[in-house]
Design a protein around this ligand. Structure first.
Ligand code: ATP
Ligand code: LTN
Length: 334
C-alpha cells in the first residue's frame, strides 16, 4: 500500500522489437489496470544486459519502449514510468535478496535454461540471478499485483517465496505480490508454429506481428499464418493455429471466444485471417500514430523520465532503508 492505494508493478525489457504478444499479454492489461492502482511501470534495462547488447541500440530501444508505454495509453502524470537503471535501489535490494535465494531455486527456472541454451557462449551470473533482480523490482515498491504473461509465472512464484522467507525471519517487511494474468491474450502463439509462443527474439519475421508493422505487413502475416486441414473454425486445443487466431481476434475486439466462433460459422480460414488482420490493424494503427507524435516531443519525454525516476527512487529508498536495518547494516550517521 502507498498512500492507501494498492500498488502495481510491472516491467518489460527493451530488447528486440515488441510483438503483438507483448502488447496483448502485458501492455494492454497495464493500461486497463492503471486506474485502480498506484502503478510503477519500468523499462528493465538492467535485465537486458544479461544478454550482450549494443549500447547505442539498447539506449535507443529503452527510450522507444518508455514512449510506447505512453502511446499505449498509460498516463505518465498519474503512473510512474521509469528506467530501472535510474533507481539504484534495484541493484542494492537484489544483492540482499541474493543472500535469501537458493541455487537450487534458480537452477529450476525454465527461462534461465532456455536462455542459457540460446546463449551458450555467455552463461553469465547475471543471467542466473535474473529472477532475483526481478524479485527486487517488485518487492522494492511493495507491489500487491504484478501483471505478466503466463511465461513469467515461475519468476513470480519465486518472488513470493523470497518475500515470505524474508518476512518469516524479520517480520512483515514485504508485501507478498499476486500475479495478474489477463483472461484473453495471456499467451499469443507464433503465427508460424502455434506450439511456440510469439516472441520478439524469433528469427522468422513472419512468426510475429511487430507493434510497428504497417497495415499491409500485418495483413500479409495473418494471411500466411499456419492453420490446419480441418477446414472448420472452432476454439479448441486440437486446432492450435485457429485457436491462436481466435485468441488474437478476441483480445483485439474484446469479444468472447464463443461469440467469435458463432460469428465465423460457415466461414473459411481465409475470411478468419482477413478479419484477424483488420482487428489487429484497428488496434495497432492508433498506437503507432500516437507513438510517432510523442517521439518528436523530446523535451516532454525527458521531463517524464526525470520526474518519474525521482518519484520511483523516493518510494524505493523507503523499502530499502527498512530492509537494510532489518538485516543489520549500521545506521547512517547524519
Ligand atoms: P524474448 O523473446 O526476448 O524472450 P518476449 O517477447 O518473450 O522476449 P518479454 O520481454 O520476456 O518478451 O516479455 C514482456 C512481457 O510480455 C511479459 O509480461 C511477458 O509475459 C509478455 N509476453 C511476451 N510474449 C508473450 C506472448 N506471446 N503472449 C502473451 N504475453 C507475452
Ligand atoms: N522478466 C520479465 C521482465 C521483468 C518484470 C519485472 C516483469 C523484469 N522485472 C518485474 C514484471 C515485474 C520478462 O522477461 N518479461
Amino acid at each position: 500500500m502507498i498512500n492507501g492505494n494498492k500498488v502495481l508493478f510491472s516491467g518489460m525489457q527493451a530488447t528486440g522489437n515488441l510483438t503483438l504478444g507483448n502488447y496483448l499479454g502485458a501492455l494492454k492489461n497495464w493500461v486497463s489496470l492503471a486506474d485502480e492502482y498506484e502503478c510503477y511501470y519500468s523499462v528493465v534495462d538492467m535485465h537486458s544486459i544479461t544478454v550482450r547488447q549494443d549500447p547505442a541500440v539498447l539506449r535507443k530501444r529503452a527510450r522507444a519502449l518508455l514512449t510506447l508505454y505512453i502511446a499505449a495509453g498509460i498516463d505518465p502524470e498519474k503512473n510512474c514510468l521509469y528506467y530501472q537503471s535510474h533507481v539504484s535501489g534495484h541493484a542494492e535490494l537484489a544483492w540482499i535478496l541474493n543472500c535469501f535465494t537458493y541455487m537450487g531455486e534458480l537452477n529450476r527456472m525454465t527461462q534461465f535454461k532456455d536462455k542459457a541454451a540460446k546463449h551458450a557462449d555467455n552463461i553469465n551470473a547475471g543471467l542466473f540471478t535474473y529472477p532475483v533482480l526481478m524479485a527486487a523490482d517488485i518487492l522494492l515498491y511493495q507491489a500487491d499485483v504484478v501483471p505478466v504473461g503466463i511465461d513469467q509465472m515461475q519468476h513470480l512464484e519465486l518472488t513470493r517465496d523470497i518475500a515470505q522467507r524474508f518476512n518469516a525471519i524479520y517480520g512483515d517487511v514485504f508485501t507478498v505480490p499476486q500475479a495478474y494474468v489477463g483472461k484473453v491474450g495471456a499467451k499469443i502463439m507464433s503465427l508460424q508454429d502455434p506450439a511456440k509462443k510469439m516472441s520478439k527474439s524469433d528469427e522468422n519475421p513472419n512468426a510475429s506481428i511487430y507493434l510497428m508493422d504497417d497495415a499491409d505487413t500485418i495483413r500479409r502475416k495473418c494471411k500466411r499464418a499456419v492453420t490446419d486441414s480441418e477446414g472448420i473454425i472452432l476454439y479448441r486445443d486440437e486446432q492450435p493455429g485457429v485457436k491462436n487466431l481466435l485468441d488474437i481476434y478476441c483480445a483485439c475486439t474484446g469479444k468472447a471466444p464463443e461469440e467469435a466462433v458463432k460469428e465465423f460459422e460457415g466461414c473459411g480460414y481465409g475470411q478468419l485471417k482477413e478479419a484477424v488482420g483488420d482487428a489487429v490493424v484497428g488496434v495497432l494503427e492508433p498506437l503507432q500514430t500516437r507513438f510517432k507524435e510523442l517521439e518528436k516531443d523530446k523535451a516532454y519525454i525527458d521531463t517524464i523520465i526525470k520526474n518519474n525516476a525521482e518519484r520511483a527512487a523516493y518510494t524505493a529508498s523507503k523499502t530499502l532503508r527498512k530492509v537494510q536495518k532489518k538485516v543489520g547494516f549500521p545506521e547512517r550517521v547524519r
